[in-house]
Each structure stands twice: as C-alpha cells, then as structure tokens.
Design a protein around this ligand. Structure first.
Ligand code: CDP
Ligand code: MG
Length: 751
C-alpha cells in the first residue's frame, strides 16, 4: 500500500503544498468542526489505519537497570513530594552520573557545549550542580529559555527540588513579569529578557555563569546572545558560558565558539515504534483525536502526548475529547486532558506534571513546547500530525506572519523520541512514510525568517553599528536587514547616518516591538500617554480579550458591539473595555457580564502598570486626552503608518506601501463598516491575509505624520501603485555595501 501511494503521490501537488492548504482550511473551519462533533461510535467506524514503518533504536542503555530506576522514580513521584524523595529522583536522571565530570569540565573550560537528550536533566540540574559547587557565591547563574512557559515551569520545579520558595533563591523573569528577589541565585529567564539586560548592563556583572539553553531551537534572541556572549567571554575571563542543546549536531556550536569542547550526556532512550498513516489525513485535528481515542481504548497503559499548533486548536481538541469520552461513560478508563501552550495561566501549568492516577490515562495536548523544552514523565504514546506554527517574514510585503507549516525531519524525530523516555514507546504520525521523506531536514533558524527591526534596534542601542560584519552564527538575509534599517529610519529611531536618535533611545526603553514603542513615545506629542499605554497593553495581551461561549453567542456579540459604538475602531474599543473595567474598580463580575476574559485583563493591567513606570523613566509625562479621538488615532499612526490600507472596489483592501491585497478580520468591529482608509496592528494569515485590530484614519493625516514616507500623490490616487520616489528601490550595490549613510541619502528624499 505504501508503494502504491508513493507512486500516486508523484502526480499530486507536493505534499507540503496540499498540507498547507489543508492546514489553513482546518484552521479556518475550527468552529464548524466543533458544531459537527460526533459521538463516540464514530471512533470505531472511522478507524485510522497505521502502518508500522520502523523502530527508532534506543540509545545504549542497561534496560533492566534504567527501567527499574525510572519506575521507582515514578513511584516516588506518585507517593510524595517530600524533599528527600525529590532528591532520590534527581539521582535517577541520566545527567546525574556525569555530575563530577561535568563540574570538572566547567572548571577546565570557559565555554562548554552540552548535548543531551530532552529529559536528561540539563535544564533543571545543571544550575543546581553549579550552585552546589559554589558558583553562586559571587554572583548569579542565569539560564535562558526561548519559551516563557518553560522558564516558569522549570523554575518552579527547581525551587521545589531545592525546597525553597519560588522567587527567593530560585526565580524566573519573563517580559512583564519578574519573579526574582535580591536573594535569587538561580535565575531562569527568557532569552529575550537576557538580551534586554545585556542592553542595560553590557558586562552582565551580576552573573558568574550563563547557560544558554535550548540552543538547538535557534530562536532569534538566543542567536543574538550567542554572538554577544562570545564577545563578552573575551573580556570577562571569570564568566562561564554553557551552551546547552538537545540535538547531537553540536559541531556547529563548537565551531562558532572557537572549538569549545562538547560535553555529551549519553542518552537513555528506549526503542520507539514509528507508525505512519497509509494515506495523508485531510483533517489532522480530527485524525489526532480519533487516534487518541483509539490508543485510549486499545493500547496498554501509558500517557499520550499530542502535538498541535496553538491555543485555539488545543482548546478545540480539548472540547471534542471531553464530549466524546463522555459518550463512553464508565465503559472506558478515565482520560485526563491536560493542555499546555504559551499563554496557559500559571495555576494550570502544574497540572501536566502531576502523576497520572492508577487506572487513568493522561493526554497532554501541547504545542511545540513539549518537543524539547518541557519534559513530561510517563509519556508512552506520541501523536504527531506533522505541523507547527512558524513565523515567516515575507520581504516582498515586509510582513511577519505566523502560519501553520509542516515540521522538519529533526522535529519529527524529537517528537517521536518523547515516547521512549521511560520505556519503549510508540509514535503515530498522521502522515505517510513518503510524506516524511519530503520534510526538510532541519528547522531554519528564526533569524533567517523574521522581521529584524527589533534586533537591529537592540544592537544599535548597544552601540553595534556594523551589522553586516556582526558575528552571527548564521547571517540574516541582507534584504531583511536593510528593510529593518529602513523601517527604523522611517520611524525616526535612526538618523541618516544610521545612528540611534533621541526617539530611538526612548523606544529601546520599552519592551515592545518598534512600531508599538514608537506609538508610545509619540504619545508625548499628542498628550495622550494614559490612553496610549492602555492601548499598547491591551494589544500586547494578544487576541484574548473577548470571549464568546457557543450557547450565548448573541449576548456576547452584543456586549462586544457596545464597545464599538460610533465605529471608533478596534483600538479605541480596547481602550473603552479597559476604562470601563477600571471604573468598576477592576470587577470580576463586570468581566463576566460583558464576556471579557478576566485573566487577560489582569495581564493587561500588569503590563500597563509597567509601561507607566517606563514612561517616567523615558521622561514622558502622563497625560490624558480621552475626548480627542483624532489625537489618539494620530498617535497610533505615528507608530503604525507603514500599516495603512485602502478599500478597493472589490470590498477588500490594498496596502498603501508595497501594495498587496488584505482583508478586514471578521472579528474586527469595523468588519461591516468597511472604512475607506485604515491603520492596522498586524496581519494574520489563515484562510486569507487578515488585518487584525483596525481603526479608520484620514488619508490626509499620512502626509502630516509621515511626510518622509508618504507623498500627496499616494494619498490622492488610490489606484497609484507606484511608490514614492526611491523607497523600495534598493540597488544591488547598496545591498553589498549596506552602508546606512549612503542608504539613507540615496533612498529617501533628503529634506
Ligand atoms: O533539560 P532536559 O530536557 O535535559 O531535562 P529537564 O527539563 O531538566 O528535566 C528533567 C526532569 O525534570 C524530567 O524528568 C522532568 O519530567 C522533570 N521536570 C518536572 O517534573 N517538572 C518540570 N516543570 C520540569 C522538569
Ligand atoms: Mg531542557
């Protein structure tokens, strides 16, 4: 069957193309699926057939011994959380046997690359070993994570192992949340946060050791840290630098860090049986759910880990699984459903680590976070639909977008490996063996597929001006670099010589993307900083302010509409939501009545408080100008003038600069209004390219606010697709030279 499919597939579109289409379809039609949910006999009628493809070998291990070890460990976990039990458990981790050798290696070398399977104990143990060995006597140990949930959950775990309160000796810090104190010696943090600290204090004098963890992920901030830390290590011989990775190709890291030695922690992985579907699955979410129930009803005990692409998808899966298992009644064992994704509230995060009660089975619904950064014990079955959300930057439209895309072979293997940690496992791939062969070998580092304006702003603020010769592990595309420079110049963060301006310096103070921070800085001029930081905080929370229960849709929608009265646009509506909540003295009840998510509002309040503190630091006065809606809109435009779109004759929109077609998001308060000209916060790519968070603006404002970016003719003639003089016509020579001074003079009309 496999063979036949392989031949037939040659005639089809590439798998990637068709899967992306499907993914988009799935993503867009989420609600439909919820509605057409079926009861449990469906599971048996529509079984998914898998074909066993191969068995991924376990690493060398003493089967008997390690198995005993881990079962005792699991038993220990189940019975008590007492400190000595935890201490026993620590000793069962693969890294434990290499503790002394590891400490010796750290002593002998300034920079060390550490490689070990996920779950071997790198993240939780290394900082503790170093602490025990005295490295915290004169300073802190900082350990970075690309994901905030990982930083938080690992810190919580380590605090527990050390028997201290989280936030005291062991703490974490993520953007907008600092859970550390003066006594903190082990500090887990996001990589972005350490980057920020680098900006504030270039010698990072507080730290004696830096652990750049999850190096294999190659996240943008981690990549920048590689370069900065390498440089710092030269001037601070006392600083120890550890680069920790879950993949075995450590050569690249070693080469980059002047042939730093590689410390390998031998794995302890059990064999994993890999199963592929016979044919590609049209609806991977449904297939994943059916597979989970198939495992639950047919396979021996052991928890399930299902990889999905994001929060919405996870919530949908959670609902459907609940409905379907309810249909079984007591005929099947209990299925405990545990979601984990980036925005999951702290109080729910601990749930996934709780041991599964006897007789029950746990199914963890996770984003890519469970691929390497978080290890959940007891997983025996992995369901891998083959997708994740990936950020990509389109240099043509100059837009970042987050879209569902096929994973790489390396990811597929990491995912499969999650099932073989504590005993032999099984992985169910919801794609065929030949689909697997078509996957890219490795993930592309984020630096090569993202908007770089933030990176450039941060590096400039550190006084690093020669970006072309900056020592990145993998160079970013010069085009993206230039476009970032161009944007920052347009935002007046850089001057013609490519140096940081006063405005730019203020922007750096805010932990926001450059367009948002420009908006905040501009609020000084429009005398509406109170309103603007509220809007910035609400936008930073993301897309989780309003909620809409299925059975109360009409009420929820009416409540939402009430904030949009006067078609003020989504930004002002967010402001109204916040201010109304504030008027009720931040009432929880008010949130319920208005179908507003309390949790998101609290986050927004925290962010707003911090922005308020930062305003002061930047010397911007707190001023309110609530009734001058135009001033607020103009202020938004001061940051977001590149994001302008005009209505076209088909009822869709064309972006004004770098024209392409976009649409109003159906969730926008202006979706039915179709204003002539709008500013948008972001573009999201699902079934179509949608503008999210949209406000109507007057075209004439463009020449007032961004005369260097727009000219009268752009504004007068919507059909005119030509760009203003020079912008966008970047010569090849310029690219090669990447000389910001020439670039600014040559590309922008000198005024
Ligand atoms: O970093 P690495 O993947 O090598 O392993 P780790 O994150 O240090 O995990 C070591 C052990 O700690 C695993 O058995 C995890 O299940 C456990 N752990 C936990 O129970 N709770 C956490 N929040 C994090 C890790
Ligand atoms: Mg780890």
């Amino acid at each position: 069957a496999l063979k036949r499919y392989r031949d037939a597939s040659d005639l089809e579109k590439t798998w990637e193309e068709s899967q992306i289409e499907r993914a988009r379809f799935n993503y867009g039609s989420k609600n439909k699926k919820q509605a057409s949910d079926k009861d449990y006999p469906f599971v048996f009628e529509n079984q998914i057939a898998f074909i066993k493809a191969s068995v991924m070998d376990g690493d060398e291990f003493d089967d008997k011994k390690s198995h005993d070890d881990t079962t005792t460990a699991a038993a220990a976990k189940a019975t008590s959380a007492l400190d000595d039990k935890l201490q026993e458990e620590r000793k069962t981790l693969p890294i434990y046997q290499y503790r002394d050798a590891f400490l010796q290696a750290v002593k002998d070398h300034q920079v060390l690359i550490i490689v070990g399977e996920t779950g071997s104990g790198k993240t939780t143990q290394i900082p503790q070993y170093l602490h025990e060995a005295g490295y915290t006597k004169r300073g802190k140990i900082g350990c970075t994570q690309p994901r905030r949930v990982a930083a938080m959950s690992v810190a919580a775990r380590v605090a527990k192992e050390m028997g201290v309160r989280l936030g005291h000796e062991v703490g974490y810090a993520i953007r907008f949340e600092d859970c550390t104190s003066r006594n903190t010696v082990l500090k887990y943090m996001t990589d972005g946060l350490l980057l920020k600290e680098f900006g504030d204090q270039p010698d990072l004098a507080e730290y004696t050791v830096l652990v750049l963890d999850e190096a294999h992920e190659r996240s943008l901030p981690t990549d920048m840290l590689f370069a900065l830390v390498k440089d710092l290590a030269r001037s601070r011989p006392d600083l120890k630098v550890l680069i920790s990775s879950a993949t075995l190709d450590a050569e690249k890291f070693s080469d980059f860090f002047d042939s730093a030695p590689v410390f390998k922690i031998p794995g302890r992985r059990f064999p994993v049986e890999i199963n592929h579907t016979l044919a590609p699955e049209a609806d991977y979410l449904d297939a994943a759910i059916v597979t989970a129930l198939q495992i639950h009803t047919k396979e021996p005990p052991g928890d399930i880990l299902m990889f999905l692409t994001g929060q919405e998808e996870i919530e949908t899966a959670e609902q459907i699984l609940q409905q379907r298992t309810r249909g079984f009644g007591t005929k099947i064992a209990e299925l405990i459903i545990c979601p984990i994704y980036a925005g999951l509230p702290t109080e729910l995060q601990a749930k996934i680590f709780e041991p599964t009660p006897q007789g029950a089975r746990k199914v963890v619904l996770a984003t890519n976070i469970a691929e390497t950064s978080v290890t959940i014990d007891g997983i025996k079955y992995v369901i891998d639909p083959g997708f994740c959300k990936k950020k990509s930057y389109n240099p043509r439209t100059r837009m970042d977008s987050l879209q569902v895309a096929p994973i790489s072979k390396a990811s597929a293997n990491q995912r499969a490996g999650r099932s073989g940690r504590t005993g032999p496992g099984k992985c169910f791939r919801l794609y065929t063996a030949s689909n697997y062969q078509d996957l890219e070998d490795n993930n592309v580092p984020e630096i090569q597929r993202t908007n770089l304006s933030n990176v450039v702003l941060i590096l400039k603020s550190m006084g690093i001006d020669d970006l072309i010769n900056f020592e990145f592990m993998d160079q970013p595309p010069p085009e993206a670099l230039l476009q970032a420079l161009e944007l920052l110049y347009a935002l007046s963060a850089l001057n013609k010589n490519g140096l940081l301006t006063k405005v730019g310096k203020k922007m750096v103070d805010f932990p926001l993307d450059p367009m948002l921070s420009k908006m905040v800085v501009a609020s000084d001029k429009y005398k509406c900083s109170e309103e603007i930081i509220t809007i910035a905080a609400m936008l930073s929370v993301g897309n989780a302010i309003f909620y809409c229960p299925k059975d109360k849709r009409v009420h929820a929608e009416n409540a939402k509409i009430s904030f949009h009265v006067g078609d003020v646009g989504d930004h002002i509506a967010l402001l109204r939501v916040y201010n109304s909540w504030k008027e009720t003295n931040f009432s929880r009840q008010w949130c319920y009545e208005n179908y507003i998510q309390v949790r998101s509002m609290k986050t927004a309040r925290d962010i707003r408080d911090q922005l308020e503190g930062l305003l002061e630091k930047a010397g911007i006065e707190l001023t309110s100008n609530l009734n001058d809606v135009d001033a607020i809109k103009k202020c938004i435009m001061s940051g977001f003038f590149p994001n302008i779109a005009r209505l076209d004759k088909y009822g869709s929109y064309r972006t004004l600069k770098h024209p392409h077609t976009v649409h109003l998001h159906p969730g926008s308060g202006l979706a039915e209004v179709l204003p002539r000209c709008v500013v948008y916060h972001e573009l999201v790519l699902t079934a179509k390219e949608y503008m999210r968070q949209v406000t109507e603006v007057k075209p004439a404002w463009l020449v007032e606010i961004a005369p260097h970016y727009y000219q009268m003719k752009d504004v007068d003639d919507p059909a005119l697709k030509k760009m203003p003089r020079g912008v966008g016509r970047i010569g090849k020579e310029l690219l090669a030279a990447a000389n910001i001074a020439t670039f600014a003079k040559g590309v922008y009309p000198v005024r």
